[in-house]
Design a binder for this molecule. Structure first.
Ligand code: CS2
Length: 489
C-alpha cells in the first residue's frame, strides 16, 4: 500500500503529519528544482508555517529535467516522508506542503501558466549552481550558454530557470500583475543579487525596457540555506516503508540540523517562516560566508581528498583521524580569519557542530555526490577564501591541497588506475586538459588554471597560488591522498 492522503489516518502515532487543512493551501509558491534538498528544507519550513499561521502558500514543485519526482509523488497526492537521522535513531514525518508537481520539458507552457497566476507570490529556486547558466568566476549570465541562447530564440518554450522566470515575469508585466519575489535557495555567493544580475541581463537582452522594469520591480532577496540531504537509496525506501507501514516511492533522508537565514525583502508577502525557526535578517552575507566557506568548503575538500583516499562517505572520511585533523585545521587556521562573524553567532560552537554533523554515522553522504560540479562550486567555496588570504600574505596550504585534490580528481583516474565518473558541466574540457598534460603536476595546474570561468583572470597569474597547488598535486600523485593528508600539520 502506498502513502496517500486517504491513508494518513493509518500512520503509526509517532509519525508526524500535516497539521493544517491541505485543501485550503492553494498555490502561493512555485519552486523550480523540486529535488531532495528543497523537500527536506524549505518545504518543511512552509509545512510548519502553515500549521503556525494558515495561508495560501502551497508549493507547485517544478522539475526542470527529469519526471522522476513527479512520477514518485503524484500517486501519493504530493505527500512524502522526511526521515531525520542521527546516531540516536530516526524520526519520520509526512510532509504535505507540495500540492502540485510539474515537469518542465514535458509541458513548459503549464509551468509558465502556473508562474503567471495572480495567487503565485514567490518563485523559489534550488537548481544547483549550474542552473543559473552563469560564469561562476564573475557571477554574470553566460550569454553563450546553449540553454540561454535557446531561451532567447524561443522565449515561449524555455528550458532554463532564467528562461522560465523571465518569460513568466514578462507575461505578468503585460497583464498588469504584480511580479512574484524570486527567492534563490542555492549555495551561491549573494544568491539573491546573483540571481537578480543574471535575470536582469536576460530581460535586457530581450528588451532594454523590460530590463529596467525588472530592476525597478522584482525583489530578489538572498538566503542562506543549510541542511545536509544525501541522495536517497533503496535501502532508505525499505526502512521508511517499515516505519510508515506504507510505501513511499521517494522519501528524503536528512539530519536534525536545519538553518535558513533570509533577507526580509518580499514584494508580495511570504509565509510566516520566522514563526518556525527561519531567521529573517537585513544582510545575509556574513551567514553565507560562514556557511559556504566553513561547511561547503570543507565538504568539497572532504569529497575530493576522501574519494581519492578510498572513503565512500563523509562520515567514513571524518572517522579517519588524519582527515579530521586536516578539516579542523582548514576551518580554524585558514577559513576563520577571513570571516565576519554574524550577529549573535558563536563560531566555536558552529564549527564543533559542523564536525559532529560531518561525522553523523546515520547519513551515508557519498563523497562522489559532493564531488560533482566542482567547476561551479570551487569559486565560492575555496577560491574566495584563497584570494583574501593571498592579499593578506597568509599561507594557504590546506586550501591549496583542496584545489589540487579537485585537479587530481578531475583527471578522471583514481589512485588504482580505475576510471572516476566525473560529473561536471565542463567535464569534456577537464578531460581534454588531463589528456594533454598527463600526470605532470605543473602542466596540469597550467591547464586547469586556464579555465577562466573558474579561476578568473587573477589567480592564474599568481605564483603564490600556483606554487602551493602544484606542490600539493605533486604529493597527491607521488604519495596518494591518504598519506598526503596524514603528512599535513
Ligand atoms: C554539499 C551541499 O553537495 C554538496 O556540494 O556541499 O549540498 C551541502 O550538503 C549543503 O549545502 C548543506 O547545507
Amino acid at each position: 500500500m502506498r502513502l496517500h492522503p486517504d491513508r494518513l489516518g493509518s500512520l503509526p502515532a509517532d509519525v508526524a503529519r500535516p497539521r493544517y487543512d491541505r485543501a485550503s493551501l492553494g498555490t502561493g509558491i512555485v519552486h523550480l528544482g523540486i529535488g531532495a534538498f528543497h523537500r527536506a528544507h524549505q518545504a518543511v519550513y512552509t509545512e510548519d508555517a502553515m500549521a503556525a499561521q494558515p495561508g495560501a502558500w502551497g508549493i507547485s514543485g517544478v522539475s526542470l529535467r527529469s519526471p522522476d519526482t513527479r512520477d514518485a509523488l503524484e500517486p501519493q497526492g504530493g505527500l512524502y516522508t522526511v526521515a531525520v537521522r542521527d546516531a540516536a535513531g530516526e524520526r519520520l514525518r509526512v510532509v504535505g506542503s507540495v500540492t502540485e508537481l510539474l515537469v518542465a520539458p514535458e509541458d513548459p507552457e503549464a509551468v509558465l501558466v502556473r508562474l503567471s497566476r495572480p495567487e503565485v507570490r514567490i518563485a523559489s529556486l534550488t537548481v544547483t549552481e549550474k542552473g543559473y547558466c552563469h560564469d561562476p568566476a564573475t557571477g554574470a549570465l553566460d550569454e553563450d550558454h546553449p540553454g540561454i541562447r535557446h531561451d532567447l530564440a524561443e522565449p515561449h518554450r524555455p528550458q532554463t530557470a532564467p528562461g522560465f522566470l523571465i518569460e513568466a515575469l514578462d507575461r505578468r508585466r503585460r497583464e498588469g500583475l504584480a511580479p512574484f519575489t524570486v527567492l534563490s535557495c542555492d549555495n551561491l555567493p549573494n544568491n539573491g543579487e546573483t540571481a537578480a544580475r543574471i535575470l536582469r541581463r536576460f530581460a535586457e537582452l530581450r528588451d532594454p525596457a523590460f530590463g529596467r522594469w525588472f530592476e525597478d520591480n522584482v525583489a530578489c532577496p538572498s538566503s542562506m540555506v543549510d541542511r545536509i540531504v544525501p541522495a536517497t537509496i533503496d535501502e532508505d525506501r525499505a526502512s521508511v516503508a517499515r516505519g510508515l507501514g506504507l510505501e513511499d516511492a521517494w522519501p528524503v533522508m536528512t539530519e536534525p540540523f536545519t538553518q535558513w537565514v533570509i533577507e526580509d525583502r518580499f514584494s508580495a508577502g511570504r509565509p510566516a517562516w520566522e514563526e518556525v525557526g527561519a531567521e529573517l535578517v537585513k544582510d545575509v552575507r556574513p551567514y553565507e560566508h560562514m556557511k559556504l566557506r566553513l561547511l561547503n568548503g570543507s565538504h568539497s575538500c572532504i569529497a575530493y581528498l576522501g574519494y581519492l583516499g578510498g572513503h565512500a562517505t563523509v562520515s567514513d572520511t571524518m572517522a579517519d583521524p588524519a582527515y579530521a585533523r586536516l578539516i579542523r585545521g582548514l576551518m580554524d587556521q585558514e577559513v576563520t580569519p577571513t570571516l565576519h562573524v554574524p550577529p549573535g553567532a558563536d563560531l566555536g560552537r558552529y564549527k564543533a557542530a559542523l564536525i559532529e554533523r560531518f561525522r553523523n554515522p546515520a547519513l551515508k553522504h557519498r563523497t562522489w555526490q559532493i564531488a560533482m560540479d566542482g567547476t561551479q562550486k570551487l569559486p565560492q567555496r575555496l577560491l574566495g577564501t584563497i584570494r583574501e588570504r593571498l592579499a593578506a600574505n597568509q599561507p594557504i596550504d590546506r586550501l591549496a591541497l583542496g584545489v589540487a585534490a579537485w585537479m587530481r580528481y578531475v583527471t578522471g583516474r583514481d589512485e588504482r588506475g580505475e576510471a572516476i565518473d566525473v560529473r561536471d558541466p565542463m567535464a569534456p574540457r577537464l578531460a581534454a586538459i588531463a589528456a594533454e598534460a598527463g600526470t605532470d603536476p605543473a602542466a596540469l595546474v597550467r591547464g586547469y588554471l586556464a579555465l577562466r570561468e573558474v579561476f578568473g583572470d587573477d589567480l592564474p597569474r599568481s605564483p603564490a597560488f600556483a606554487e602551493p597547488v602544484t606542490a600539493a598535486l605533486g604529493r597527491l600523485f607521488a604519495q596518494g591522498a591518504r598519506r598526503t593528508v596524514e603528512a599535513m600539520p
